[in-house]
Design a protein around this ligand. Structure first.
Ligand SMILES: Cc1ncc(COP(=O)(O)O)c(C=O)c1O
Length: 468
């Protein structure tokens, strides 16, 4: 086969080219520090970049992330259709605005809003939690001002939350009253919450699927304790539920569980990540408010829409539209039964993995992926680091040699000196993949047993995973 000297659509690879510009690009490094002066051959740049990205690791083996690592061909096509659409341009793309509106309505239904809930898409749960938090701060301030009370020391009460809440507290000057874990309490208890709340509490934030261990916090028990507090003292403390993962799991895989959503009157807002168990591609989250009055008017900005007015609430202005469109596709494509089937199988595979890991003498299972208790994740720890001759950080390192990303990290409070390890089971983690991972874990543990590691530092000093 002759070598071609120019690129065209039939050229299988730019490496076959003898074009001087192509070859020049192969022989020099890409610009790292200085903005390039000249253009380069697009196919060659694509080829070099796509190969550089192979160093990122394989997202299929990324069991650390809660986010989707597989998207359907239809979603890829919709994302392509929407690549040039800006979600903020409601007037220019009114149908996309309509699709976002429908998603909010469907979520209000899914989370049992009693009346006219309002909400919006966000870039993820982090932005959604900021918006929920801002609304709570503004509502609290108005209440305090109306009562002639000070407004300079707001606080929020929560358990061991994801970093987005630490950011929210720092950026918006809120005292974070984070109740850390104890040996007997991985989730916050109503009693602990009551000890922390006062008239400056803007809200309490229970989590449906705590990032560290995946368990659902008992929103109903906390809500009832706050009802009781209000009956005794008049203090009315609202709830915001961080349902980043659970918001797209609990309604489908444990529909009979105690209410955790807008069925509880005290729940004023909920956030969830569309790109986690909502199954949309990366870059979409949701925040919903129980009723319009739960989102203070001063926080709403108005953009023009079909010659009229569209209220918006978001931190960014320009945003990609494809994720919201894909989210709607998923809602229609799967429906409640489809979500229950897909996530149900993830829970099954998680429980299968938990049972197998439980057979390894050194491991103690903390969450086995049971849908009644939490999200489709498996979390475990070692009986005692010193006796095993290795830590979970060593195990994580060995698994990385096979490409698996299975983070080891500490919990909080009394459990901050112990290492835990976690896998998130998502829809592309098949039984076949599970068996391959389990075989690699068994081999890695056998190796570490035979080659004990000298442990000189406390487990927390080895942190390989720090974006909890
Ligand atoms: C409980 C919880 N809240 C919030 C977030 C942040 O979500 P996002 O990545 O969508 O911003 C996460 C992410 O893992 C989470 O687990």
């Amino acid at each position: 086969m002759p070598l071609h000297s120019s690129t065209n659509a039939s050229s299988p690879s730019p490496y076959l080219s003898t074009d001087a510009a192509m070859l020049a690009l192969m022989k020099r490094p890409l610009p790292h520090d200085h903005f390039p002066q000249h253009p380069s051959e697009p196919e060659m740049v694509y080829q070099i970049l796509s190969e550089e990205l192979l160093l990122d690791g394989n997202s299929k083996q990324n069991l650390a992330t809660f986010c989707q690592t597989w998207e359907s061909p239809q979603v890829h096509r919709l994302m392509d259709l929407a690549i040039d659409k800006n979600l903020i341009d409601k007037d220019e793309y009114p149908q996309t605005a309509e699709i976002e509106r429908r998603c909010v309505n469907l979520l209000a239904d899914l989370w049992n809003a009693p009346g006219e809930a309002i909400g919006c898409s966000t870039i993820g749960s982090s932005e959604a939690s900021m918006l929920g938090g801002m609304a709570a701060k503004w509502r609290w301030r108005a209440r305090q001002q109306a009562a002639g009370r000070p407004t300079d020391r707001p606080n929020m009460v929560c358990g061991s939350v994801q970093i987005c809440w630490k950011k929210f507290a720092r950026y918006w000057d809120i005292e974070l009253r984070e109740i850390e874990m104890t040996a007997n309490g991985l989730c916050i208890s109503p009693e602990e919450v009551l000890e922390q709340v006062d008239e400056n509490t803007i809200f309490v934030v229970p989590t449906m699927g705590v990032t560290y261990h995946g368990l659902y916090e008992d929103v109903k028990a906390i809500s009832e304790a706050l009802d009781d507090l209000q009956a005794r003292t008049g203090l009315d403390v609202p709830l915001h539920v961080d349902a980043a993962s659970g918001g797209f799991l609990a309604p489908f895989t444990s529909p009979d569980r105690e209410p955790w959503d807008f069925r509880l009157k005290r729940v004023k807002s909920i956030n969830a990540s569309g790109h986690k168990f909502g199954m949309a591609p990366l870059g979409v989250g949701w925040v919903l408010f129980r009723e319009p009055e739960d989102l203070p008017e001063e926080l709403i900005f108005h953009v023009s829409y079909l010659g009229g007015d569209m209220p918006t609430f978001q931190i960014n202005f320009s945003r990609p539209a494809g994720q919201v469109i894909s989210q709607y596709y998923d809602f229609v494509r799967f429906g409640r039964d489809g979500y229950a089937a897909v996530h149900g199988s993830s829970h099954e595979i998680a429980q299968y993995c938990a049972a197998a890991l439980n057979e390894i003498d050194e491991f103690t299972i903390i969450h086995n992926g049971n849908p009644a208790h939490g999200i489709p994740a498996v979390v475990w720890t070692l009986g005692s680091d010193a006796e095993q001759g290795f830590t979970l950080y060593d195990l994580a390192d060995r698994l990385r040699m096979r490409g698996w990303q299975v983070p080891a990290y500490p919990f909080t409070g009394e459990l901050a000196n112990r290492a835990y390890q976690r896998i998130l089971v998502k829809r592309d983690f098949t039984r076949e993949m599970a068996d391959l991972l389990l075989a690699d874990i068994r081999k890695a543990v056998a190796h570490l047993r035979n080659h004990p590691v000298v442990i000189r530092e406390p487990a927390t000093a080895r942190g390989t995973y720090n974006h909890l």
